[in-house]
Ligand binder design. Structure first.
Ligand SMILES: Nc1ncnc2c1ncn2[C@@H]1O[C@H](COP(=O)(O)OP(=O)(O)OP(=O)(O)O)[C@@H](O)[C@H]1O
Ligand SMILES: [Mg+2]
Length: 324
């Protein structure tokens, strides 16, 4: 589809979907509020919709397009995308398939490993095998320290480092308990600097935004340092060597196409002191807060926040076609 077929968004009723019941609800409400303010301040017709209080089928006929400010399970994993497809409502960002793969870190890691892209070695915690057997797999195939996180999580929630077996054992036991997350992932720990690269479609063209790097004052880039600017030091454009940032930017584009992502994607890496750029994960619906990473990268790339949000709305009309 060419840019000429994108409707004038000034003629549309834009539903800004946010909230929901994901563990990432607070961040999503912030995404929704900021994006909604930017659209209305630009004179556009936009409604803020908390998906915890609204059914997608009920939005049919009430909005012309959905801007997704949802993050995590239920919002970023293909479910709402499928419901919107079924209701015939165009929506920003990736479709069902890329959303689902992007949300499930082990599946995504298999995909990039096949393409020979560096990602930390990993094992999935299988509740059907004993804790001792899992410890043995980790000892032989990964080594210590390791990083433990939900397979389908986000926002650094329920994640942490295990420096040795004594620390890992209770984490594996806790992973089997009922909670938000059905599955956990154990990864090779990469010491280094967390980096992220944003990609956004502008007038039908994929723009690679400047790399963002961050040094957390905590043990890793955890929930607290993501939400409290005094707990981190960040740079955008990144102060890492050009060769590092160029490699990340290049890999990011490859990942976008490999995943079949659409419109926007944020790709997270660890830049290790040993020169490794290891791909951690992707975010098909990155945070939309005005001072979040995506908006910061966009500004550094010459795209002011209100324009970024409008470009995202337009991505609803440039999807190449339906993929399951
Ligand atoms: N294998 C690893 N080695 C070292 N640190 C890691 C590793 N995996 C994750 N981390 C740390 O945890 C942070 C969050 O990891 P990751 O991006 O994989 O999770 P997330 O919760 O999905 O993040 P997001 O907020 O982007 O959704 C990283 O920035 C990094 O500081
Ligand atoms: Mg991340």
């Amino acid at each position: 589809m060419t840019a000429a077929t994108v409707p004038d968004i000034a003629t549309l009723r834009i539903g800004v979907l946010c909230g929901g019941d994901s563990p990432e609800r607070p961040g999503s409400l912030a995404s929704g509020r900021h994006a909604h303010s930017a659209l209305t301040a630009a004179g556009l017709t936009a409604e803020l919709i908390d998906v915890a209080d609204a059914s997608v089928s009920g939005l049919k006929g009430a909005i012309d397009v959905a801007l997704l400010g949802l993050h995590g399970l239920g919002g970023e994993d293909g479910k709402i995308q499928g419901a919107l497809d079924t209701a015939g409502i165009p929506y920003s960002g990736s479709g069902v398939l890329a959303s689902a793969i992007g949300m499930h870190k082990p599946t995504f890691k298999k995909l990039v490993t096949q393409a020979r892209i560096d990602t930390p070695r990993w094992a999935v915690v299988d509740p059907d095998i004993s804790v001792s057997a899992t410890m043995s797999i980790v000892r032989h195939s990964i080594g210590y320290p390791v990083f433990v996180k939900p397979s389908s999580g986000g926002g650094s929630l329920a994640a942490g480092i295990a420096w040795d077996e004594a620390q890992l054992r209770p984490m594996i036991e806790a992973a089997a308990e009922p909670g938000h997350y059905a599955e956990y992932l154990i990864e090779e720990y990469i010491a280094g600097i967390p980096c992220t690269v944003g990609l956004v479609q502008v007038d039908g063209r994929l723009v690679v935004l400047p790399v963002h790097d961050v040094e957390s004052k905590n043990e890793f880039y955890d929930y607290e340092s993501k939400h409290d600017p005094s707990q981190r030091e960040e740079h955008c454009p990144s102060i890492l060597p050009d060769q590092t940032t160029q490699t990340m930017a290049h890999t990011a584009q490859a990942v976008y196409h490999l995943l079949g992502a659409h419109g926007v994607l944020r790709i997270d890496y660890m830049a290790s002191s040993a020169g490794r750029n290891s791909l951690l994960e992707v975010n098909t619906l990155p945070g939309l807060s005005e001072h979040g990473n995506l908006a910061t990268m966009a500004r550094a790339g010459g795209i002011p926040y209100p324009e970024l949000i409008q470009h995202l709305v337009r991505t609803a009309f440039t999807k190449p076609g339906y993929l399951p």
